[in-house]
Design a protein around this ligand. Sequence first.
Ligand SMILES: O=C(O)c1ccccc1NCC(=O)[C@H](O)[C@H](O)COP(=O)(O)O
Length: 206
Amino acid sequence: MVADTYVKICGLRTPEAVAAAVDAGADAVGFVFAPGGPRTVSATLARSLGEAVPAGVETVGVFRNQPIGEVIETARAAAVTTVQLHGDEPLADIRMLEGAGFRTLRAFSADAYSALPADEKAGWETGRILLDAVEPGAGVTFDASAIQAQPPRGFWLLAGGLTPANVGTLIATLRPNGVDVSSGVESSRGVKDIGLIRDFVHAAKM
Ligand SMILES: O=C(O)c1ccccc1NCC(=O)[C@H](O)[C@H](O)COP(=O)(O)O
C-alpha cells in the first residue's frame, strides 16, 4: 500500500456523514453544487456542514459546467476551501479560482485525459487533477490501463466505482496520490453509510 494516501469522501449531505468522514481520518469532504442530482446541496447547508470540519481537512465544492462567476459566488457563500470542476472548464477557470484564494481540483474522464496532447497535460499537471469514469458519481469503474502505462506527473486522485473492497488493490496498482469516492460509501443512491465511510478510509490508508 502507499502511505499517506489522500482520501476525499464526496457527496455528503448530513452532519453524521461529515463526522464519520472526519473521524475516520479523511483529508477532504465534498459537497455537490452541480444542480439536479440526488447529492446536490445548497451553499447554506454546505456552510453549516463545513463548520464542524477541522481546519486541516479540505471542504470541497463540486461544480460541473457552471459559469465561473456563479462558481466563485457559491463557493464563497458555502465557505469551502477548495473548488472541484467536473465538466469541460478551461485552465483559465482554475487560474481564476486560484486568484480568488481557492485550492482546486480539475476532474477528467480517464479516457479523455489520456487522449490529451502532452502540452495540454503539462498545463493541467501544474495543478491537482482527478481521473474518473465518464459519468461522475455513478459508481462505475473504468479501464485504467492507459493511466497505468502513463500516469499523470503531478498530484492526482483516482475516482470512479471505488469501494472499501477494491480501493486497496487499486492504490497498490495505480499508485495515485489519493482517492475520491461517493457511491461506494452509500447504502442507496445519495444516502451515505457511516460504516462504509469508515471502512473506505481505513482501507485506503492501510
Ligand atoms: O456525485 C455527483 O452526483 C456528481 C455530480 C456532478 C458532478 C460530479 C459529481 N460527483 C463527483 C465526485 O467527486 C465523485 O465522488 C466521483 O465522481 C466518484 O464517484 P463514484 O464513482 O460514485 O464513487
